[in-house]
Design a protein around this ligand. Structure first.
Ligand code: HEC
Ligand code: HEC
Ligand code: HEC
Ligand code: HEC
Ligand code: HEC
Ligand code: HEC
Ligand code: HEC
Length: 277
């Protein structure tokens, strides 16, 4: 794959070239990009480099051109994980700043701004994000996934694109906060129960993939393995299989832990401390 910044032949030896920082971004993006090339190879051979979204006739103007009208967002941005690898003085600044997600901004600025005015909003179309995050794109094509490509769920339902806390759900320790972005749409599973399954304290993502999965219901694992990660299984000499304090030797033959008749109330129960219903 072509390197966007080949080292300058004149660069003095043993000195950190000024573009080093930027190059490490490209290493990160390139790692993702390798997968990109493989995935897009059959559809479009040209897309070997991750190009920013195209806005016809527009060129890059840099974050400085946005500050007068979008002051707060420009101020927040340097603290966000995406902002950390951006520097205004880089040759390819447009490929890491505001315009890496929104597209080149010159025509938007010239038009005096405005919604839908020569600018992209990836809150409505995840394409801008997926150009760089090819691994997420692959997840969204798995048999079970959140309907992001269908436009029924958006990246910004769970991620804040501009602020420090890009990973909304992982930002706090409290259970409510951890599961907050999921609870907004899945009240049934996130509501309070008399007997809460303590697994939820580690977040919905301890059992569910947020983007897509090969397993039903976006589960991270299939069968009893999903549960045995946290609940040790102990085989005794007399043929018992202890999970908790109970012999499960027979139960394990009748089905998965959370299938009919067993711990079907896997998120929590108002009647059964064993999460049976
Ligand atoms: C990582 C991708 C990304 C980057 C980088 C980015 N944005 Fe955004 N931006 C988004 C997404 C996604 C939305 C939609 C947010 C929503 O719908 O809640 C958005 C929405 C907006 C909006 C309209 C809605 C609002 O929140 O007011 C403006 C204006 C905006 N961005 C400006 C900027 C500026 C200025 C920068 C650079 C300082 C920037 N963005 C950098 C992804 C990005
Ligand atoms: C002259 C003022 C001005 C400048 C400069 C400007 N914008 Fe805007 N922009 C606006 C206005 C006004 C809106 C309408 C929404 C609003 O009021 O926030 C808007 C909307 C947007 C939206 C939302 C578009 C949509 O369809 O939802 C994005 C994204 C955006 N701007 C990004 C940028 C970026 C990136 C830059 C810098 C390259 C920039 N803007 C520079 C005035 C400006
Ligand atoms: C120009 C390429 C590019 C674009 C476009 C882009 N990202 Fe990223 N994103 C990255 C890179 C590189 C990292 C790794 C940053 C780091 O580790 O500090 C990253 C990290 C992330 C992370 C993980 C942050 C963390 O704390 O681990 C999330 C979540 C994310 N991006 C979401 C998005 C979303 C949502 C969009 C679209 C609104 C988007 N990205 C657009 C390049 C991009
Ligand atoms: C349903 C909520 C949700 C939606 C929608 C969502 N994400 Fe995520 N995303 C998460 C969670 C939760 C994590 C943290 C996963 C973990 O810690 O295991 C994450 C992690 C990530 C990461 C870090 C790498 C990784 O796989 O852990 C990236 C990059 C990312 N998301 C990008 C995106 C992009 C791009 C979109 C839109 C196409 C998107 N996400 C939509 C919830 C979501
Ligand atoms: C913006 C709303 C929204 C958010 C936020 C959201 N989801 Fe979803 N979720 C959906 C939609 C829509 C579906 C698809 C339902 C369908 O196709 O009937 C879905 C499907 C699911 C499914 C599969 C359900 C089934 O019956 O197979 C699981 C599991 C799930 N989401 C877990 C989560 C988790 C965990 C989070 C937080 C990381 C989350 N969701 C955040 C809207 C959301
Ligand atoms: C201990 C593991 C675990 C945790 C933690 C967990 N889930 Fe689940 N979830 C499951 C299992 C198992 C299923 C059932 C899959 C099936 O249908 O067999 C399920 C099913 C679902 C479904 C599909 C509808 C249903 O009830 O069958 C949704 C939606 C869902 N979970 C959302 C969430 C949300 C939101 C959270 C966090 C508040 C969460 N889950 C936490 C294991 C878990
Ligand atoms: C992220 C870790 C984690 C995962 C994954 C997990 N659990 Fe739990 N579970 C716990 C914790 C912690 C407790 C409370 C302490 C205890 O009883 O071991 C608990 C308690 C229980 C209890 C109540 C036990 C009792 O005697 O009160 C049942 C039943 C249970 N889990 C079933 C399941 C099933 C079924 C699965 C798989 C769908 C599962 N767990 C997955 C962490 C987890």
């Amino acid at each position: 794959m072509p390197s966007p910044d080949s080292p300058s032949p004149n660069a003095p030896p043993n000195r950190r070239p000024p573009l080093d920082r930027f190059r490490s971004l490209w290493t990160a993006v390139a790692a993702v990009g390798v997968v990109a090339v493989v995935l897009v190879a059959c559809t479009s051979v040209e897309r070997a480099v991750i190009a920013p979204p195209e806005i016809e006739g527009a060129h890059f103007v840099g974050n400085g051109a946005c500050v007068s009208c979008h002051t707060n967002i420009v101020r927040l941005f340097p603290d966000s994980p995406h902002g950390r690898f951006h520097r205004e003085d880089l040759v390819r600044a447009g490929e890491t700043g505001c315009e890496s997600c929104h597209g080149a901004g010159s025509r938007h600025v010239a038009a005096g701004g405005g919604n839908g005015q020569f600018i992209l909003n990836p809150g409505r179309d995840p394409e801008a994000c997926l150009r760089c995050h090819v691994e997420i794109h692959a997840d969204l094509n798995l048999p079970y996934r959140h309907p992001l490509l269908e436009g029924r769920v958006s990246c910004v339902d769970c991620h804040d694109p501009h602020g420090r806390d890009l990973m909304k759900p992982a930002g706090g320790l409290a259970m409510a906060r951890l599961n907050e972005s999921c609870a907004g749409c899945h009240q049934e599973q996130a509501r309070p129960f008399v007997f809460v399954h303590e697994a939820l304290q580690e977040g919905c993502v301890s059992c569910h993939q947020p983007h897509g999965s090969i397993n039903r219901a976006l589960l991270t694992d299939r069968g009893p393995n999903l549960c045995l990660r946290c609940h040790a299984q102990l085989a005794t000499a007399d043929g018992q299989v202890l999970i908790g304090k109970e012999d499960h030797a027979f139960h394990l033959q009748t089905g998965t832990c959370y299938s009919a008749g067993c711990h079907t109330a896997v998120h929590g129960s108002n009647v059964s401390p064993k999460l049976r219903y």
